[in-house]
Design a protein around this ligand. Structure first.
Ligand code: NAD
Length: 249
């Protein structure tokens, strides 16, 4: 990844942080987008520096076109290029369908699905100009088999997959590969409450053929693979990184 510039949305914690750090270790400079937690973002800044690469921190709400364009403008101002885009920022909040407020439906769709579009919209012109790009969208098992009581989340994650397949064909003539990674349960702040009880964890693990909940790094390494030249012929793929749980949920 040497000489490459990678952008990671929601890159200050969880899966995003692991992606930021692995991309830096592989030689990329990293644009770390974050929403609120500046302290966490500074830790990632330091980690990228320790890997011998340069990071910039861009505070922006990527669920809006304005926020996504702010990330793109900062990237081009500092680095003048954008090779890799990891659309990772996400929210997992649900409710029974009849009790779901319009605000909750919109919030989750806006961050997960509209935000993915807004980021691609902001970065694709630069990638097209360069004739090169790697876009990886962090989807979910929920986007393939649904998720009861999180229909908004599942719809956003399924939408990301159709979006990825559309862009994979649309952008291939411009040297841009677009793929999705689909985790199942991962130990991050997103799932900390849901997995906090011993019984909840046991039930989650029982639904994963491999028998363990993933770490953020378990997801970041396959993301790095998709961004690398080893994956240059992979386009429009959904890489399931969930210990096989997508097969039996
Ligand atoms: P997380 O909550 O630790 O991280 C999500 C990140 O997105 C946070 O840094 C948050 O600040 C950021 N974010 C949220 N809204 C934003 C916005 N409007 N603008 C910019 N940043 C925003 O959770 P995570 O587990 O690391 O999740 C990362 C991705 O992985 C998400 O897309 C999630 O849906 C997906 N995923 C997670 C799991 C899991 O079990 N943790 C499973 C499947 C998919």
């Amino acid at each position: 990844m040497e000489g490459k510039v990678a952008i990671v949305s929601g890159g200050a914690r969880g899966i995003g942080r692991a992606c930021s750090e692995r991309l830096a270790q592989a030689g990329a400079d990293v644009v770390v987008n974050y929403l609120k937690d500046e302290r966490a973002a500074r830790e990632v800044y330091t980690a990228v520096g320790s890997a011998g690469r340069k990071a910039i921190l861009v505070r922006a709400d990527v669920s809006t076109v304005e926020g996504a364009e702010r990330v793109s403008a900062a990237t081009l101002e500092v680095f003048g290029r954008a090779d890799v885009l990891v659309c990772n920022a996400g929210l997992w909040r649900g409710a029974p369908v009849e009790g779901m407020s319009e605000a909750l439906w919109d919030e989750v769709i806006d961050v997960n699905l509209k935000g993915t579009w807004a980021l691609c919209r902001a970065f694709v012109p630069t990638m097209k100009q360069a004739g090169y790009g790697r876009i990886v969208v962090i989807s979910s098992t929920a986007g393939q088999r649904g998720e009861a009581f999180y229909s908004n989340y599942a719809a956003s994650k399924g939408g990301q997959i159709s979006f990825v397949k559309s862009l994979a064909v649309e952008l291939a003539p411009h040297g841009i590969n677009v793929n999705a990674v689909a985790p199942g349960w991962v130990d991050t702040e997103m799932t900390a409450d849901a997995l906090s009880g011993a019984e909840a964890r046991r039930v989650a693990e029982a639904a994963i053929p491999i028998g363990r909940v993933a770490t953020a790094d378990d997801i970041a390494l396959p993301v790095l693979f998709l961004c690398s030249e080893w994956a240059k012929h992979i386009n429009g793929e959904v890489l399931n990184v969930n210990g096989g749980s997508v097969l039996c949920g």
